[in-house]
Design a protein around this ligand. Structure first.
Ligand SMILES: Cc1cc2nc3c(=O)[nH]c(=O)nc-3n(C[C@H](O)[C@H](O)[C@H](O)COP(=O)(O)OP(=O)(O)OC[C@H]3O[C@@H](n4cnc5c(N)ncnc54)[C@H](O)[C@@H]3O)c2cc1C
Length: 455
């Protein structure tokens, strides 16, 4: 403990790269751990705010910041995954294709509505006392922050991915007054800090009985959401709710619900490819795609063989989730939900999980080593395994330059002047040029690109 007591958040800020904190991705851990309220969230900027007068230099924030340090060796040694092993997924029990057994939940979900279904199932079966998910901030409804939710209706209304920075781990603070068990939906980076805390016996983290990960290629700064608002000529004040996977047919798109009752938005891929411009720096340096330390991880499934299944009248499939049951507890939960017909599961091999996102496997799990090599400020990773041979060195080298220069103010300004699909056009063709074979996602992209861009 003596080691940690000498730090305060200013020391941490230096490690995070100075005042702009490029290694902070607003996971919320420091806020959730600060015993005196010296750290509070500034949601819009995606950074914590520090009040030095309240800081007791306990060092908790410093010690648990996943932005500056992740000990993968320790996480691997302490994590109790299943007996199967895959070089990207690491230890796991079983992979599935899945969708909710409830059709409206499936249709409203990001992929198969599987996360919502399991959260509802856990509440109904009283396996947990509440679930922790993002909810709109009451006074600024275009921003999200974590909440403990205990009613099924709110869980159902909160489905879909939020592709923006949400300090999920700030909830650790609220858990201190709560008894019971909780399920949390979190991103891989947030789970690194949660598992470290659980390993140390942190009482609040130990209340998190089920950890559900959203597989994560990258997140986006709120600037991307604001970009979308500007493109459809609305302001933050007009917005009463945001859905990131709703506008148009599945896979949906960024949809703004307005005070005047209207809906405006942009399609999925036009929003999605803004990642090259609004990617938080720390996400660029993250090596965990599959949420390797969760109980269950969830992602989109984009398999060619699913294109003929679950089609609706427009020829667009209803979503399917890829699911990885990591721990025994996660597997038991899935099997119980399947037995009660809450969820539909089909066993698959890891190869079909990887097939949905060949680009992300290459970018996140190989390209990371190239990006780390050239990063000026980088997190300290202990025990991060490197593949024997790196995939597409040149591509990742060039793409890294695009990501760094894309986030400049000048590029963001220029992009605003260009047609909405300019960025999509660039990235899509760059990927083609580098030899990525189109998959089901690219076929749907063709349809999605043309559908409902603006109204
Ligand atoms: C930033 C981000 C990046 C992603 N990248 C990929 C990717 O590269 N590849 C891939 O296969 N999948 C990715 N996903 C996951 C994918 O978008 C779906 O969330 C996942 O397939 C689950 O879909 P579902 O229909 O089962 O979930 P739903 O039934 O729609 O439920 C989703 C649940 O997650 C909660 N939630 C949404 N966003 C967040 C968040 N940011 N933090 C915490 N909880 C949240 C919702 O409130 C809801 O309860 C990403 C998700 C996010 C948020």
């Amino acid at each position: 403990m003596a080691e940690t007591t000498k730090y305060d958040f200013n020391d941490l800020t230096v490690k995070l790269g100075g005042n702009k904190m490029p290694l902070c991705n607003f996971c919320g851990t420091c806020i959730g751990l600060c015993p005196t309220g010296a750290l509070t969230p500034y949601y819009e900027s995606g950074k914590p705010v520090f009040d030095a007068s309240k800081c007791t230099r306990c060092g908790l924030c410093y010690k648990h910041c996943q932005g500056i340090r992740v000990d993968f060796a320790e996480l691997d040694n302490t994590f109790k995954g299943g007996k199967k092993y895959d070089k990207y997924i690491k230890s796991y029990n079983q992979c599935y294709l899945a969708h909710s057994g409830n059709d409206p939940v499936r249709r409203k979900g990001s992929s198969g509505g599987s996360v919502t279904t399991l959260l509802v199932y856990m509440l109904e079966k009283k396996l947990v006392d509440g679930v922790i998910i993002p909810r709109p901030k009451p006074d600024q409804k275009w921003l999200f922050r974590p909440e403990i939710v205990t009613d099924v209706k709110t869980v159902k209304a909160s489905s879909q991915s939020k592709y923006c920075l949400i300090p999920t781990n700030e909830i650790l603070n609220s858990l201190k007054d709560k008894k019971g068990k909780y399920a949390i939906v979190a991103l891989p980076c947030q789970i690194h800090s949660i598992r470290k805390l659980q390993n140390e016996g942190n009482k609040n983290a130990k209340k998190l009985e089920y950890i559900l990960a959203l597989i994560c290629g990258h997140n986006m700064e709120y600037g991307a959401t604001v970009f979308g608002m500007k493109k459809v000529n609305i302001t933050k004040e007009d917005v009463i709710d945001i859905k990131y996977r709703e506008y148009a047919d599945w896979p949906g798109g960024l949809s703004f619900h307005l005070k005047n009752g209207e809906n405006k938005g942009i399609n999925f891929f036009n929003y999605h490819y803004l990642n090259a411009v609004y990617l938080p720096n720390r996400c660029r340096l993250c090596p965990d795609y599959y949420g390797n330390y969760s109980d269950i991880s969830f992602g989109d499934s984009w398999l060619e063989r699913l294109l003929g299944r679950g089609m609706n009248e427009k020829g667009i499939p209803k979503g399917w989730s890829s699911i990885i049951a990591k721990t025994d507890k996660g597997l038991a939960l899935l099997k119980a939900a399947e037995k009660d017909k809450a969820i539909h599961l089909e066993e698959i091999e890891p190869a079909e999980v990887h097939e949905s996102f060949p680009f992300n496997i290459s970018y996140k799990l190989n390209g990371i080593f190239i990006r780390l090599k050239f990063a000026l400020k980088k997190p300290e990773y202990i025990g991060l395994e490197k593949p024997e041979k790196l995939d597409r060195y040149l591509y990742h080298f060039i793409y890294n330059i695009i990501l760094v220069s894309g986030s400049s103010k000048v590029f963001r300004f220029l992009l605003m002047l260009m047609p909405l699909n300019f960025n999509l056009f660039l990235i899509k063709n760059f990927k083609k040029l580098m030899g990525y074979k189109p998959n089901a996602r690219d076929h749907i992209l063709k349809y999605n690109e043309k559908s409902n861009i603006f109204k």
